[in-house]
Design a protein around this ligand. Structure first.
Ligand code: CA
Length: 231
């Protein structure tokens, strides 16, 4: 597959930036580097990269500040990079709007694989911001899922992985997905297994049921899952 997407690498440690650049270029990506948060925002505005690899600890503006500013006007996929446990806690909370994160020290090969997976996922998502099915509403840019019960709007308390699965499958509501497709599209972490999909799906199903939305995410024996049953 030819892949000439432009990746903006935001990293103040030159050596790490160079390693990432070398691996990405080898896979056919184009790259541009920024070593601080302000330059990152300028490059983003000027060059419209297809994806941003964003270090959290940066001079001038932190990676979190850069992400917050980007998200005011843009849905460019962002993969955060960090070594610090406190950042990881924050990132796994998901509300920040990052598409994925990697932990230092990382295997550059794995970062490249994540870049590919996030790009595939964001293409599949298209550019719309909100998708509704029945009374379930997914907001792709706010990373939220809401259930409408009469007048009441209730947030579905999903983890990042659960949100990704719902956001992916609600776009083709009655399509039956194989576990491998769901893994590839939603859980690019290299150690994820097919049964991880079962676990996440059972969690999303339960959380929807708790808000009164019953009958979603049916298991289709021998194949995988579908979000909604055809009417
Ligand atoms: Ca840094």
């Amino acid at each position: 597959m030819t892949e000439n997407s432009l990746i903006l690498i935001v990293e103040d440690e030159t050596q790490i930036a160079q390693i990432l650049e070398a691996y990405l270029i080898r896979e056919g990506y184009r790259t541009v580097c920024a070593s601080d948060g302000e330059t990152a925002l300028q490059h983003h505005a000027r060059l419209s990269p297809d994806l941003v690899l964003l270090d959290v600890r940066l001079p001038r503006l932190s990676g979190f500040d850069v992400l917050a500013q980007l998200r005011q006007s843009s849905r460019t996929p962002v993969i955060m990079v960090t070594a610090l446990a406190e950042d990881i806690d924050k990132l796994s909370g998901l509300r920040l709007g990052a598409d994925d994160y990697v932990v230092k020290p990382f295997n550059p090969q794995e970062v490249v694989a994540r870049v590919g997976a996030v790009l595939r996922r964001s293409r599949a998502m298209g550019t719309e911001a909100v998708r509704r099915y029945d009374d379930i509403e997914v907001n792709f840019s706010a990373y939220t899922a809401v259930v409408q019960n009469g007048e009441q709007r209730q947030l579905v308390p999903l983890t990042l992985s659960e949100f990704r699965i719902l956001a992916y499958m609600i776009r083709w509501p009655t399509h039956v997905f194989q576990r491998a497709d769901i893994l590839d599209a939603c859980l690019p972490e290299s150690d994820a297994l097919a049964r991880t999909v079962d676990m996440h799906i059972s969690n999303v199903r339960r959380k929807l049921e708790e808000l009164g939305k019953v009958g979603y995410f049916s298991a289709i024996r021998g194949v995988g899952y579908r979000f909604a049953t055809p009417q």
